[in-house]
Design a binder for this molecule. Structure first.
Ligand SMILES: Nc1ncnc2c1ncn2[C@@H]1O[C@H](COP(=O)(O)OP(=O)(O)OP(=O)(O)O)[C@@H](O)[C@H]1O
Length: 308
């Protein structure tokens, strides 16, 4: 196992009552990177994160975190990792400062160190002036910043974030990602789960998960380059009925209307997708376009059923 890897798993699996929530997942996540788990609800993102944080025992497989075998070293490793859960897990009826004080005590920060670290975090996460505000009365974005401050209070080397932006607006999401890149620049490895394509595109590497199985793994660019389809957009009349015709063809992996165009994924084996599609679409206009991560997602999962 390599020293450059923050996380390494072989055959990581977890079964619940006969259902494989996570099925034979191999991971090799580089130290200092932002790595994403991309997939729909129920694909096994949270279960994987809970196993990687030592909170859930796998049914099978090996897990190494920060260079150590996780089993038997959970307590030691837990001091070196941070975990921001999917739901706000701080106390609504405690103030901002009380919540952070509480977490600082759990991590055993000494009084003087605690004071300076909390002041630093309050300033960094724009919570200064809100020390006495009850956490339960804050907006989604403020709660998210407080949760991130709490998860990073002990300066973890590895940070797990389970769908951290599902409750915030696009502007707060952008700001949140700026903070993640700041942490990454300081050397923190980050594993983030999401079902948003634009978030996945920001990751250095990502795994696409479907029903517990890792369908693809690589940088967004590598995944797009390796895609087994070419993307053609069609503009013209009656795209709804054209779509119904095209999806019946085995060479068409997916067709989905995006605004006034039909986005068609044509199998890689077709050498000239424009010429081939021209024969199917009559007088309509065709444009060969760059693939997106959503196209990758559709081609390597049953995702066409969701976006069509
Ligand atoms: N404690 C549990 N007992 C039984 N089944 C579970 C348990 N935890 C998760 N599962 C099942 O395992 C599968 C994966 O769930 P998981 O929460 O890991 O998915 P997810 O990708 O994180 O989705 P979400 O974003 O909805 O949490 C689902 O079918 C879920 O119902």
């Amino acid at each position: 196992m390599s020293a450059c890897l923050a996380i390494e798993t072989h055959g990581m699996s977890r079964e619940f009552a006969g259902v494989m929530a996570v099925d034979q997942v191999d991971l090799a996540i580089a130290t200092g990177s932002i790595y994403g788990f991309l997939g729909p609800n129920g694909c096994g993102k949270s279960t994987s994160i809970r196993m990687l944080t030592g909170l859930l025992t796998p049914s099978a497989g090996e897990i190494k975190v920060l260079g150590d075998n996780l089993f038997g070293a959970e307590e030691r490793i837990r001091r070196r990792i941070g975990y921001m859960t999917q739901k706000f897990s701080l106390y609504d009826n405690l103030s901002v400062l009380e919540n952070l004080e509480f977490v600082a005590r759990i991590y055993g920060l000494k009084r003087s160190e605690r004071r300076s670290r909390l002041a630093e975090l309050l300033s960094l996460y724009e919570l200064a002036g809100r020390e006495k505000q009850l956490a339960g009365s804050m907006s989604g974005g403020q709660k998210q910043r407080l949760a991130l401050a709490a998860a990073t209070l002990h300066r973890p080397e590895l940070l797990f974030l389970d769908e951290p932006t599902s409750a915030v607006d696009p502007e707060n999401r952008r700001e949140f990602w700026e903070r993640l890149f700041d942490l990454c620049d300081q050397g923190t490895t980050i594993l983030v789960s999401t079902h948003y394509m634009d978030e996945a595109e920001r990751c250095h590497g990502l795994a696409i998960l479907e029903r517990g199985i890792k369908r693809a793994d690589g940088s967004p660019q590598q995944l797009m380059d390796a895609m087994n389809a070419q993307v053609v957009e069609v503009a013209g009349e009656d795209l709804r009925s054209l779509k119904q015709t095209l999806v019946k063809l085995p060479e068409v992996l997916s067709a989905a209307q995006i605004g006034s165009r039909l986005r068609v994924l044509v199998a890689r084996k077709i050498a000239d997708p424009l010429a081939w599609l021209k024969l199917q679409v009559g007088e309509r206009d065709l444009f060969l376009v760059q693939p997106s991560l959503e196209d990758v997602f559709v081609t390597c999962t049953g995702g066409d059923r969701h976006v069509a």
